[in-house]
Design a binder for this molecule. Structure first.
Ligand code: ACO
Ligand code: ZN
Length: 195
């Protein structure tokens, strides 16, 4: 299927999306280790899950019954990226990853759409993240769904690489997210535990 306006291609045979559950955490940690050098303790995953499980999603391959992707998010309070005079609560995309064999099928696009919708439900007006300046696949993904580079942090990563800060106003990305989620709901590809 194709959502023309956003040029989104989804090839999701036997993939299901749902909120992350407690029992999923070890499997999410496995996908995180397999996909990113930024790894976190079980405690960190659990702390994020406890506080922000409404914004924590997994993609499951129904054939192997394995978690193949995840996105987890937090809320940060600080100066708005779009109006420096304001202090706001912002959705912070903390980590997203999809196993190599499952890439370029739209899985990360769907995970990000679910994250945006959950942020909107929390009345967050902006969303941001950090990404390695060399991480072209991720930067392209974020640009495709409406995020823009708005800053750069020198030596943000442990190995000395810089990060771009990418951000968007919720109003500018929510149409895309709702289109993707409508498709997922209509095609029984998503189970949402929080309504
Ligand atoms: N090269 C160029 N563009 C790409 C690539 C790539 N390798 N991968 C994705 N894109 C762009 C394309 O425009 C793509 O649309 P298209 O396939 O129609 O051309 C669009 O992004 C959507 O791609 P998806 O299929 O939704 O993305 P995917 O499920 O493959 O996951 C991800 C992308 C998460 C970046 C994956 O490559 C991955 O897990 N990488 C390693 C982990 C990582 O870098 N995570 C992000 C770190 S930053 C952070 O977590 C905040
Ligand atoms: Zn971050």
């Amino acid at each position: 299927m194709e959502i023309k306006k956003y040029h989104v291609k989804l090839k999701l045979d036997n993939i299901l999306f749902r909120n992350c559950e407690f029992e999923d955490i070890p499997h999410v940690m496995y996908v995180n280790r397999a996909t990113l050098p930024e790894n976190y303790s079980r405690y960190t995953f659990l702390a994020i899950w406890r506080l922000y499980r409404d914004m924590f999603f997994v993609a499951i391959d129904l054939i192997s019954d394995k978690i193949v992707g995840y996105v987890m998010n937090k809320v940060d309070t600080g100066p708005s990226f779009f109006d420096k005079r304001k202090v706001v609560s912002k959705g912070h995309v903390f980590s997203v990853g999809v196993l190599k064999e499952y890439r370029r099928r739209g899985i990360a696009t769907c995970l990000m759409a679910l994250a945006f919708k959950a942020m909107k439900q929390r009345r967050l007006h902006e969303v941001f993240l950090e990404v390695r300046v060399s991480n072209i696949p991720a930067i392209k993904l974020y640009e495709k769904i409406g995020m823009r580079i708005i800053g750069r942090i020198k030596r943000y990563y442990a190995d000395g690489e810089d990060a771009y800060i990418m951000a968007a106003l919720m109003d500018d990305v929510i149409d895309f997210a709702e289109n993707v989620i409508d498709y997922l709901v209509k095609n029984s590809k998503v189970v949402l535990s929080n309504g």
